[in-house]
Ligand binder design. Sequence first.
Ligand SMILES: Nc1ccn([C@@H]2O[C@H](COP(=O)(O)OP(=O)(O)OP(=O)(O)O)[C@@H](O)[C@H]2O)c(=O)n1
Ligand SMILES: C[C@](O)(CO)[C@H](O)COP(=O)(O)O
Length: 234
Amino acid sequence: MEAINKVVAIVVAAGKGKRMGNDFNKQYILLKNKPIIAHTLEVFEKSNVIDEVILVVGKEEIDFNQEKIIKRYGFQKISKVIAGGRERQDSVYQGLVEVPKDCDIVVIHDGARPFVKEAMLINSIKTAEVKGAAVIGVPVKDTIKKVKDTLEVMETPERKYLWSIQTPQVFRYELIRKAYEAVIGGDILVTDDAMAVEMLGHPVKIVEGSYENIKITTPEDLIMGERILQKEEV
Ligand SMILES: Nc1ccn([C@@H]2O[C@H](COP(=O)(O)OP(=O)(O)OP(=O)(O)O)[C@@H](O)[C@H]2O)c(=O)n1
Ligand SMILES: C[C@](O)(CO)[C@H](O)COP(=O)(O)O
């Protein structure tokens, strides 16, 4: 196993938050009086295994993030705040382009997942050091069906093989850069980072995470988020 020098995190927060239904980016909604994105960045700031953070935000939100998030909460590890792209994959790619050359491991994380834990970072980084690619996930609890556009069921995959995938998703830098170079500009939309790596034919290992590592997507998730924070305070 090669020695690890530098671990860089790319936190993507350049989405529009359409499913939340507000006229502003959902990442700035307050949970316990703090913006969602600040909760997320705090975990990376305090982490012992993250050296540097690249924050990817909407083009018009760069100044806001510098002033109201980074300065306001005193984040020191954020080396760059850059503009994202149209799709999540474009935002991740913009981040990858900015990763310094001496980086060995890249940790990609959704800004909208504020309940990421240090243990998830440690375990996924350790696994990616050995395997090249590791993603956090949990076994699905519901039965999942593959359906047609008409909502007619096509098949029911065996549940024991189905996992719900979250972020962080962690990779050796050369591997994820190569995987994204192959995807960007093409027709395929990858819905997570591992999918780009899988398309290269490289194996990806799942590291078990937590059902609380939710992505804040719709208004119900805010209620769940407040509950999770309340529980953590006790
Ligand atoms: N062009 C995009 C789209 C998404 N993201 C980020 O990717 C993460 C996961 O995306 P999602 O939850 O879908 O966020 P939005 O795209 O903002 O939500 P919606 O699809 O409801 O508009 C979020 O942290 C989001 O900010 C991004 O950086 N750039
Ligand atoms: C990357 C991801 O969070 C893994 O679950 C998810 O696929 C992002 O999807 P979105 O539609 O961009 O929120």
